[in-house]
Structures are given as C-alpha cells and as structure tokens.
Design a protein around this ligand. Structure first.
Ligand code: NAD
Length: 492
C-alpha cells in the first residue's frame, strides 16, 4: 500500500516492515513493507515507459489532465487534510488552510504554465540561419522529499516535472508517505497515464540511494537537510546528473527601530511557530534594534503564552507535535546546550506536562542572550524555537543576518523605504519578505542561496530545472558552399 508504481498501490519488497505513525498520539496509521532497490527498478522502468507518450502529449492535453487532477484533490480535500494532519502531527487548521489549498493552487498554476512553456527567441543571429530554442523534457526525474510538508513537497517536486513532459519517481520520507500516495492516485483518477507519477516509500539509504543513482534517472531533485544534500550532490557529480537541491534554512528576522512593533511581534510568533517550527523558512533568529528590543521580547513571550497546543484534530489547536520523539529530543538537546552556555530561556524550553508530553510535543520557546556563533544561532533547530538578539546599527543587522551558512529566506521589518530597499538587496537569501514572513505563492520561486541549495521550486522558474534547452539552427541560404566553409577550404 505504500508504493504506487505504474498506477497501482502495493507493498514494497525490501523485507523491512515499517509502521507509519501519528506523532501526536503514537497511533499506528499503516504498517507495510518498505520499498527497496527492486521496487525502484520497477518504478523507474514504469516512468521510462510512460515518457514517450507523456512527453509527446500536447501542452493542452497535459494541462487539461492536470486541471482534472486539481479537481480530484479538491473533491477529496478534507480526506487529504485529515491524512496530512494525522501523519505529520499538524493541526487540522494548518492542513485545511495551507497545505491542501496550497497544493490545489499549485496544480492549477502548473496546468496553466504547461501551456506557456516556450523558448525565449527565434532569429537570424548569424544572418544565414534561423535559430530556434526548444525546451524539452529531460526524461525520468528522481526526487526525494522530506517529512515536514509531505503533500506540498510532493507537489513542488512532481508538478513542474510533469507539466514540462517528464515522468517522475518520488521517494517521500518513510515517516510521511500517506498523502504522496494519495496525490499520485488522484493523478491516475484524473486520467494522467500510468507510470507518469510513481511513488516509492522506503528509507533514504536504501530506496533513496537506489533512485538517485539509477542510470535511467536523468535528473535528481532533492529537498531535505544540507548534510544529506551534500552527499546527493557529490553522487550526482560523479554520475554527471543534473541536480536540484532545496536544503536547510536559518531565516533571520530583522526588526528596525521604525518598524510597527506589534506587527513585528505577531509576525515573529507566527513565522517561528508555523508547523511547530519545522519549516525551512521559519523565522529562527530575530535581530531587533536596541530601542525596541526589550518590549519586543516581552510581547513575543506574551503572544507565545497564548498559543494553544492540543490534539491535532481539534480545530482550535494552534500547534501540533513535532514529527518524532527523535526530532523533539534533538530540539530539546539544542535548547539545553544553549541554556548551559549561558543563554536565557524566556519561554518554553520544555516538554509539556500531561498527555501531550507523552507524544512528540515541545513548548513554544523563546531564547535570548545566545552568542552569535552558538549552535542555536548558526544551526537549523527545526522546532518551535525563536532566538532574539539586539543590534545597534543597520550595518550590524545586515552583517548578522548574513552570518550563517544558510540563505533560504529572511525578512526585514521597517517603515522606511530606503532601509527596506537596502535589506532586500543585501540579505543573501532566495526570498526576502518586507514586513511579513512566511507567505508563498505559486507564481513566485522558492529556493536557496549558499548552503540552502540551488534551483527553484514553484513558478515558471522551476522549468529551468526540469527542461533541457536545445538550440536548433537551420540554414536559410540554400547555398552549397557556405561562407564559413572558407575557413576550412575554398571549395575550388
Ligand atoms: P533529511 O535530509 O534527513 O531527509 C530528506 C529525505 O532524504 C528523506 O526522504 C530521506 O529518507 C532521504 N535521504 C536520507 N538519506 C539519504 C541518502 N543517503 N540518499 C538519498 N536519500 C536520502 O531531511 P528531513 O529531516 O526529512 O527534512 C528536514 C530538512 O529538510 C530540513 O533541513 C529542512 O530545512 C529541509 N527542507 C528544505 C526545504 C527547502 O525548500 N529548502 C523544504 C522543506 C524541508
């Protein structure tokens, strides 16, 4: 049931049984055998077989099938929202209000974009030929995705690939396969041919490795941690495969002294705690100009006190659990290390009491007094933890914002147009929000600078990853002896 190959759901064949759980309760949602190299082999063969027909379908045919796919997901939206919520420990209001509608919008966007895929120009650049640019699908794409937004990550990988005429094998995280398989099933119900979208659910070192190194996989597209991404890139280099990497983040949140303090405090709490902080663009480091600093910390703490942790199917729950005990313990360990190193834990920093504490919950946490070079400021925590630090000058703020290996997203809060302009130019990140933090839209790209990776998800820019650019040069003179032949021979 955890793999979806050539239009059919079935078990993997690795021999390793795995229980998919709800991290907010510990309840087992499905138990099955994980995919192994044989399943990957079969999925890649299915994708390869489907490529000939799908890559030659007209843009209109692909687009219409994708619009029906969006309708299928829309018709099952509540089922998707519940499955995503239970599998990833997310509050139901997040999956209903963000994950599922965002995915449906993404499908519709790419259904439209499929019809606008074109080469940039045609012209007689040499004077003797017409040059045409063709954008062609690459072939079978192998994708590996993380657990934090299982459905959206599947959508971000699959949609541009398929809209451009590729076929795909996606390996979701083994912790969160449910909605990826449902997503592929919805594609089938919409009439997308079998083999165009395949899902193999297995572990990274087994199924992931087999997929990303498979000789028939023409391109590798990976979203996950920088540590694994580095390994994926090294392997792809050895095999000379195209590679697209969406990796970790450590987004700065810069509050200048002319900002609206209440808007900034609210933005920091929402930006840090969305998805329990397991968001690669989450606000993680708030740098606040000294005149606003103390009041900002106090207001953020107060707002954090109002965030309701609870069962994920309760529509009033604001924050769910982390993905696993392992992740919760990693977060708790980093907070403890910061405390031991002299930082102040102003709020949270603990596992909640009662039943939530017996699942993978962790309290919203606010830290001050951490050193800029400490792990909580430099490394990804991937939990509900915000570090606040003061700054004095604009130069300091921009230097501190850029002072981590990451460069995925950032925000600047100011009412001064010149400060906003300078921050948007000087912060090294794939997205800079001004007076907000988190919103994404299908039309605009998402992707990193520095150790956050390269390449873009969403938007028409993602087609640069999933297409080859071919130059076709056609002689228009009809002459048998071309002018350029003279540099080789004169033809007498
Ligand atoms: P991870 O790197 O541990 O795993 C990501 C995926 O890679 C999983 O499917 C895993 O099974 C697979 N994998 C692990 N080892 C592998 C190997 N040797 N070969 C092939 N595949 C392998 O990351 P995670 O813990 O699942 O997700 C959290 C990370 O993802 C965070 O660092 C987060 O910032 C990042 N992320 C980035 C973006 C982005 O757009 N930049 C979006 C979401 C998440």
């Amino acid at each position: 049931m955890q793999t979806f190959i050539a239009g059919k759901r079935r078990s993997g064949t690795s021999g390793e049984e795995f229980a998919v759980a709800n991290p907010a309760t510990g309840e087992t949602l499905a138990t099955d055998v994980l995919a192994g190299p044989e399943d990957v082999e079969e999925a890649v063969a299915a994708a390869r077989a489907a490529f000939a027909e799908w890559s030659r379908a007209t843009a209109a045919e692909r687009s219409e099938a994708m619009l029906r796919w969006a309708d299928q997901v829309q018709a099952r939206a509540e089922e998707f929202a519940r499955a995503e919520s239970r599998n990833a420990g997310k509050p139901i209001k997040l999956t209903r209000g963000f994950d599922v509608p965002g995915t449906i919008d993404n499908i519709r966007f790419f259904a439209g974009a499929a019809r606008n895929l074109e080469g940039r120009a045609a012209g007689e650049y040499s004077g003797e030929h017409t040059s045409v640019i063709r954008r062609e699908p690459i072939g079978v794409v192998g994708s590996v995705a993380p657990w934090n937004y299982p459905l959206q990550m599947a959508a971000w990988k699959v949609l541009p690939a398929v809209a451009a005429g590729n076929t795909i094998v996606l390996k979701p995280s083994e912790l969160t396969p449910l909605t990826s398989v449902m997503f592929a099933e919805a594609a089938r119900e919409a009439g997308i041919p079998d083999g165009v979208v395949n899902i193999v659910t297995g572990t990274g070192p087994v199924a992931g490795q087999a997929l990303l190194t498979h000789p028939d996989v023409a391109m590798v597209s990976f979203t996950g941690s920088t540590a694994v991404g580095r390994r994926v890139a090294a392997q792809a280099a050895g095999l000379v495969k195209r590679v697209h990497l969406e990796l970790g983040g450590k987004a700065p949140f810069v509050v200048f002294d002319d900002a609206d303090p209440e808007a900034a405090a609210r933005g920091a709490v929402a930006g840090a705690l969305i998805n329990a902080g397991q968001d690669c663009t989450a606000a993680t480091r708030a740098y606040v100009q000294r005149p606003l600093y103390e009041a900002f910390v106090a207001r953020v703490a107060e707002l954090m006190d109002g965030v309701r942790l609870g069962p994920v199917d309760d529509p009033d729950t604001d924050m769910g659990s982390l993905i696993s005990f392992r992740q919760r313990d990693k977060v708790a360990g980093m907070v403890e290390d910061a405390r031991r190193a002299g930082a102040t834990v102003v709020r949270g920093g603990r596992i909640p009491d009662g039943p939530l504490g017996r699942a993978a919950y962790y309290e919203p946490t606010l830290i001050t007094g951490a050193a800029q070079d400490s792990a909580v400021v430099q490394q990804e925590i991937f939990g509900p933890v915000l570090v606040c630090l003061p700054f004095d000058t604009d130069d300091d703020a921009l230097r501190l914002a850029n002072d981590t290996p990451y460069g995925l997203a950032a925000s600047a809060w100011t009412t001064d147009v010149y400060r906003a302009g300078r921050a948007s130019r000087e912060i090294q990140a794939g997205c800079v929000w001004i007076n907000d933090h988190i919103p994404i839209i299908s039309e605009m790209p998402h992707g990193g600078y520095k150790s956050s990776g390269f390449g873009k998800d969403m938007s028409a820019y993602s087609f640069d990853e999933y297409t080859n650019v071919k130059h076709v040069m056609t002689d228009i003179t009809g002459a048998r002896h071309r002018s350029w032949h003279d540099v080789v021979f004169t033809g007498r």
